[in-house]
Design a protein around this ligand. Sequence first.
Ligand code: AMP
Length: 452
Amino acid sequence: MCLRAIIYNRSRIPDPAGSDGSVAQSLIKAVRGTRDLLPPDTDTWNFVDAAARDCFRVYNFHEIRTPILEDLALFQRSVGEETDIVAKEMFAWEDRARAESEKGQWLALRPENTAGVVRAYIEHKLWERPGLQKLFYIGPQFRRERPQKGRYRQFYQIGAEIIGPPSSGSESPARDAEVLDMLAALLDRLGIEHVSLQLNSVGDPEDRRQYNVRLREALEPVAGQMCTDCRRRAVTNPLRVLDCKVPADQPIIGSLPRISDHLGPAAREHFEGLQRILQRLEIPYSINARLVRGLDYYVRTVFEFTHGALGAQNAILGGGRYDGLSEALGGPRSPGIGFAIGEDRLVMALAEAGAATARAPDVFIAPLGPGMNAEAARLAHELRRHDLIVETGDDSFRLKKLLETAARLGAHYAVIVGEDELATGQLALKDLSSGEQRQVPREELAARIIKN
Ligand code: AMP
């Protein structure tokens, strides 16, 4: 039996050829909310990835790669069933059962990566390793949100987590400060300006419980005047009301009790400790009493960096502390703190700032005359060993056309390789911005290009 028959007979997957067997002619496009990242934009993405990796290295973080596909229960138990992410935005489905008698497993495309990192931390007993676990990840996440500028169904996050048993110092505000210092350093390295750090404490679980009671009381008489989401949240998860972005709801939200007035002594002390270190590090921040963030697992510190030029989707990154998450997932007590940067938005901010990140060849090799392709390939091979970015032309084209191609690619130099050049060992090196051309001995070519 052919493979197609095996696949289609077993499931309800539609046959792309249609019921009459004729192949559909319509073009297949990228799925709504997903997009292809193309050059030269991918140069910017690589630039951001490289800067992040450099930053993680000096702060002594190591990479973790977790699967994109996880058990749905992981997100229900960590992010929270009442959050928008889990209640409305998950890509989840029941996977085919292995046997008729069995139920299929519910799988989900990860909507965020902290849950996966903590699952891996528990599964591989990383708490048994000495010291703190300082982990970073870079990868795609999936949420079925309404697509718009800066908001996609497949988007990318760069994130990091510090987690470990209490004996490793994982609870200390010094860890929160370390994470924020690293973020400030990364944004600085990328040259991203006009960012502001918004900070808050959502207290310990007991503080939150008491605050939730107060909030519910305060919402009861006014929830009827709010949006449908808020009416639901006022009952199920009142803290989420503070996240609401609907303009008409803002005056009511502004009048609600503040969590900062309901912090217990331990959470207050922690928050003050963090602020002392931030001040010493000269990291500017403002306290935003309404910042609670959309995930249930946060305790104590929560933060966001917002960017002036990004409009409605202005949060470039967010994070916070999740001291109870490991236990909620069946692991040992392991306080932690982390963040996730929205890479799509970071790249947008760089583009708005006009950052020059596109990569162009250092040199274009123009083979002049028949049979010169092999010589051009040889020279390209030599120059690439010196870490130069090299593009080669083809000996079937005329020199004029080759130089036009070199200029269109933005190459800094062109080198002409012809019979005469090979005979004398002197190659013609043309500076494509000034137009100046000079003869350079072959063995000095790489050094000359690198020097300029
Ligand atoms: P969160 O995991 O919700 O805390 O989000 C962290 C960061 O990821 C946000 O600050 C955004 O920059 C980014 N982000 C979240 N959802 C999306 C999305 N649908 N599209 C693009 N970026 C997103």
